[in-house]
Design a protein. Sequence first.
Length: 247
Amino acid sequence: MLAEQRARAILQQVTQRQTVSVTDLCQITGASEATIRRDLNTLARQGRLVKIHGGATSLEEEEFLAREPDLDTKQRYAREKERIARYAASLVSDDDVVFLDTGTTVLHMANHLKDSGALFITSSIDMAGMLSAHGRQLYILGGTLKPGTVDIVGAEAMNSLQRYNFTKVFLGTSGVSVSQGFTTPDPEAAALKILAASRAQSVYMLADSSKFGRVTAAAILPLPAARIITDRTPDQKYLDSTEVVSV
């Protein structure tokens, strides 16, 4: 089968099945794994499919969000966020050093960490207030107070963050996409999340199911770089890209 014929066959399978494995494509086309992987790389560069571990998936119909969601939007999915946060908090041990990001879902974790002996570092004034009220061990990053929020951002926050190493990091995200990874509308917030993740043994992304298929302006991490905790099992293409826990 010629390269163009293989490409048509691959795209047909991806369109029909949404996600297809290298093994299946080898059987369909009669080509070797090395040849199929080269074909997938070429088609991915052309923007015709998304290459994932062990195969390929169709391009998502993604919703691009140019701005930060308003408060009413952020407060939706409250029950789902609570379930996600409760499970995330259960992962924290007393000997952990934990970074807690900003965001409504991560903030829900505070009520489930009242008795934790872990050491917490956060960039959220709200999170700091809640953990402090419970008498937890806590440090808050220095830096600039983000206008319109109670979150710490900026160069000084980045400098503060570099003083720590974490066993676990819990981050919020505005978008989850196979092709674009985890994203947020604010580049300064994205930079802080990236740095926190780079200093952690384990990275968890807390994302309710409304975040899937969304893309915002600033990239945080590719999907394989973090485990996702969500409220509903997403499409198989996400499960093929990283570890996903549905609660």
